[in-house]
Design a protein around this ligand. Structure first.
Ligand code: A3P
Length: 322
């Protein structure tokens, strides 16, 4: 029997078990041996009970804002880099470890709100994300919002233009969504960001490989926009949140904004910023047709999946499938 210094030992270990080189953070509270060596001041109650996982441009900020209004719900502290989103389970932040993640949530003793949550709209389509979330937060509930995938793609394109993305400014929406695999890298990347998240059924199925359907709630983003009180009531029931918050008194349609906003006074509302509910020209008929065809197989799969999971088929999906 022979041993070597730790670094060499690690190199040999990962040479033999390359799959383990990518860490997967488990839940310390799931194993009493881990609990025994964990610092006393740490608690699994400093982890979120539910996640809003996106995808982007489906109304996730409105949902986040409405949830954060609830007295029993507490959102994560903002991140200096990604603002209200922590974006832990996808990308490089994951390698910063769970202590880094937990710092985004209050120590339970310092807060009366029982339901901690975070919203990172980039989680939805991330390949590795469901497995990682399952390992750390096996009991977490997951909230997904969906709108017409074509509309989502168009909203993303305008989002990028509004952020002065060079490619979005240079190429038309039509050029982006129809770009071939020989197109410049930046165009392909923008095309994928427009189109891939909208392949809803494929992504939801991946989450369902790791979580039971009873832990997942799919919200019709169009309903969230037109009737947020109904959606928030339904969501409170799904999350099992007490006390029940009466959103009727706290959300009001703002004619100027054209959306529901938070009531902050007798005749005053606080709406989301200019980046949410942007005004842009409607999509060209030819792009509408192109995207309808492009998304058809994904939309057929979505309709089947929603029916199987006992959700009503949203009217936009029926229209997209016509
Ligand atoms: P547009 O700006 O393209 O209209 P996300 O927060 O996930 O990025 O989604 C942004 C979209 O949320 C907006 O897209 C807007 O249509 C929609 N939305 C839904 N409810 C809203 C609300 N109450 N206020 C503002 N935007 C809302």
């Amino acid at each position: 029997l022979q041993t070597v210094p730790p670094l060499q030992l690690a190199e040999q270990y990962f040479h033999r078990f390359p799959d383990e080189a990518d860490p997967i953070w488990g839940n310390p509270c799931a194993d009493h041996r881990h609990m025994q060596i964990w610092a006393k001041e740490k608690s699994c109650d400093q982890l979120p009970k539910f996640l809003v996982i996106g995808p982007q441009k489906t109304g996730t900020t409105a949902l986040y804002t409405f949830l954060a209004m609830h007295p029993a719900i507490l959102a994560n502290y903002p991140s200096p880099e990604t603002f209200e989103e922590v974006q832990f389970f996808n990308g490089k932040n994951y390698y910063k470890g769970i202590d880094w993640y937990m710092k985004f949530f209050p120590v339970p003793a310092n807060s009366s709100a029982k339901f901690l949550f975070e919203k990172s709209a980039t989680y939805f389509e991330g390949d590795v994300v469901p497995r990682r979330v399952r390992a750390l937060l096996p009991a977490a509930k997951l909230v997904i919002t969906i709108i017409s995938p074509s509309k989502r793609a168009y909203s993303w394109y305008h989002h990028m233009r509004a952020h002065s993305d060079h490619t979005a400014l240079l190429y038309s929406f039509h050029q982006v969504i129809t770009a071939s695999d020989t197109a410049p890298r930046a165009v392909r990347s923008l095309r994928n960001k427009c189109l891939v998240p909208g392949m809803y059924a494929r992504h939801i199925e991946r989450w369902l490989n790791h979580f039971p359907s009873s832990q997942i709630n799919i919200i019709d983003g169009e309903e969230l926009r037109s009737d947020p009180v109904y959606v928030m009531n339904d969501l409170q029931r799904f999350l099992g949140i007490q006390p029940f918050y009466n959103y009727t008194e706290h959300l009001r349609f703002d004619k100027r904004k054209g959306f529901f906003c938070q009531v902050v006074g007798e005749d005053r509302t606080k709406c989301l910023g200019r980046g949410k509910g942007r005004i842009y020209p409607s999509m060209n008929e030819s792009d509408v047709k192109y995207l309808k065809e492009f998304y058809q197989p994904y939309n057929i799969a979505l309709e089947k999946l929603l029916t199987k999971l006992d959700y009503p088929v949203p009217s936009w999906l029926e229209e997209d499938l016509q």
